[in-house]
Ligand binder design. Structure first.
Ligand SMILES: C[S@@+](CC[C@H](N)C(=O)[O-])C[C@H]1O[C@@H](n2cnc3c(N)ncnc32)[C@H](O)[C@@H]1O
Length: 233
């Protein structure tokens, strides 16, 4: 079974020999792949919608994995009991929805060893939620598929963990800048281009709110350029 680069990267972050839940599983490709590879003990595949869960059911049947899987219909991690799984995957949804799913099932998420999260939008909102709620971001990853860059966050609950990063690092994780992740450089350059394009459009307009906007954009651009220099050192 061949996974796409995004799904393959998510699957590679699951530890060996664990019980996994895949929330919003849809096709069920990640847990099916992990079971086929003998990497995990068992999997719970959950989805809020019947159609996607039926897709997963078909895939499990095709691969003969009925004994190692459990299919659950419901929202977020409400389908799980505390300590029922070791690791939870929540991928392919918006960052805000992922943070709401964690918030709604806080005890379950705190009880597991690792959350593997792949937000499609607003990753900075998800990071903000995690860090404000004592979830430690263990690591960050990026993967390029079909001209799109996907961000993947590994996190776990750690009541002793304190981190209050600068706003810019919620958008552009420091781990990836320190590691000089090439895809991060592409994202930063794109954000600089966006700043320049807005500054050009604002042009010679004036007024207090315009001045404030120009000042914000210039300061943001400076920060982004500093990050690029750091990555090139
Ligand atoms: C775009 S698909 C992502 C599928 C797969 N996880 C992936 O990354 O390729 C999003 C899936 O999440 C499901 N979903 C959306 N909100 C959900 C929720 N609150 N709880 C569980 N599943 C949800 C949808 O039904 C859909 O199957």
């Amino acid at each position: 079974m061949k996974l796409t680069k995004r799904l393959e990267k998510i699957a590679s972050l699951v530890s060996d020999n664990v019980k996994v839940a895949d929330i919003g599983t849809d096709h069920g490709y990640i847990p099916v792949y992990l079971l086929k590879e003998d990497k995990i003990k068992s999997a719970i595949l959950a989805d809020i919608n019947k159609g996607p869960l039926n897709n997963a059911r078909e895939e499990i049947k095709k691969m003969g994995l009925e004994n190692l899987t459990d299919l659950r219909l419901g929202s977020g991690v409400s389908v799980l009991k505390t300590n029922e799984v070791d690791e939870i995957i929540i991928a392919g949804m918006g960052g805000v929805l992922i943070s709401e799913i964690i918030e709604d099932g806080l005890d379950v998420c705190k009880s597991c060893d690792k959350l593997i999260l792949q937000p499609m939008q607003a990753p900075e909102e998800l990071r903000k939620y995690l860090l404000n709620n004592n979830f430690e971001i263990i690591d960050e990853h990026m993967v390029n598929e079909d001209f799109r860059i996907y961000e993947i966050i590994e996190a776990r609950y750690n009541p002793k963990f304190k981190n209050n990063p600068e706003e810019i690092y919620l958008e552009l994780p420091k781990q990836l800048i320190d590691r000089k992740e090439p895809l991060m450089k592409i994202i930063i350059l794109k954000k600089i281009k966006e700043c320049n394009s807005i500054l050009e459009k604002i042009g010679n307009s004036n007024g207090k709110s315009v001045e404030e906007r120009i000042s914000y954009l210039n300061s943001r651009k400076n920060k982004l350029e500093t990050l690029i220099r750091e990555m090139e050192e």
